[in-house]
Design a protein around this ligand. Structure first.
Ligand code: FES
Length: 206
């Protein structure tokens, strides 16, 4: 591996647990000798998970040291992807998509509803009760069900209106079960019922 001169990473007190280290080594082993840097996203995920859901400079630079990368290169990766958080989050991280399909379908109103219902007040802030952080993110790949937001690492809530967005927030606050997926009742990204009937009729199957 070619090593250029760069300042030493400042890892603070951060270090992988034995469990995380075993996973990190397994990820690194997937790549050819000298290409350890290819594992940087995996290791940042591990660091974020161990650090309670966010990355501080110490965790980022620990990954740089682990992979023998210049610290600035790892900071660049960590600051580019929105799945890496740079401050502590509330228990529920609501990530509202704001890209084209969602924006055309009302993501501005979804953001406003989330900010008001959670009490966060502004994007990136955490509510006083520590329950919520609301962020805006780019396309999450559910454009056919716009507008939508993701909660936590994996749950998508789709076909939102301001009212259904508020209902999801209230359920999360009250610890009630929530049902990810379309909030309008349609199955997956099938056409809404009215449109489906029209399409079937046009195809002579209605
Ligand atoms: S534009 Fe929002 S999911 Fe793609």
């Amino acid at each position: 591996m070619r090593v250029t001169s760069y300042r030493d990473p400042e890892t603070g007190g951060f270090a992988f647990s034995e469990e995380a280290k075993a996973k990190a080594d397994a990820y690194v082993a997937r790549y050819p000798e000298g290409r350890q840097a290819s594992a940087v996203l995996w290791l940042l995920y591990l660091a974020q998970e161990q650090n309670g859901g966010w990355l501080d400079d110490a965790a980022i630079e620990y990954v740089a040291r682990y992979l023998q990368m210049a610290p600035i290169r790892v900071h660049e990766v960590a600051s580019f992807f929105t799945m890496f958080n740079h401050q502590p989050l509330g228990r529920h991280h609501i990530q509202v998509c704001r890209t084209t399909s969602c924006w055309l379908r009302g993501s501005d109103e979804i953001v406003a509803a989330c900010l008001e219902e959670t009490g966060c007040g502004r994007l990136g802030a955490t509510s006083d009760d520590g329950l919520f952080t609301v962020s805006e993110v780019e396309c999450l790949g559910a454009c056919a069900n716009a507008p939508m937001f993701q909660v936590g690492d994996r749950d998508y809530f789709e076909d939102l209106t301001p009212d259904t967005a508020r209902a999801v927030v209230r359920a999360l606050r009250d610890g009630k079960p929530v049902q990810p997926g379309s909030q309008s009742g349609r199955t997956s990204s099938e056409p809404p019922a009215d449109n489906r009937r029209t399409l079937l009729a046009e195809a002579g199957q209605g």
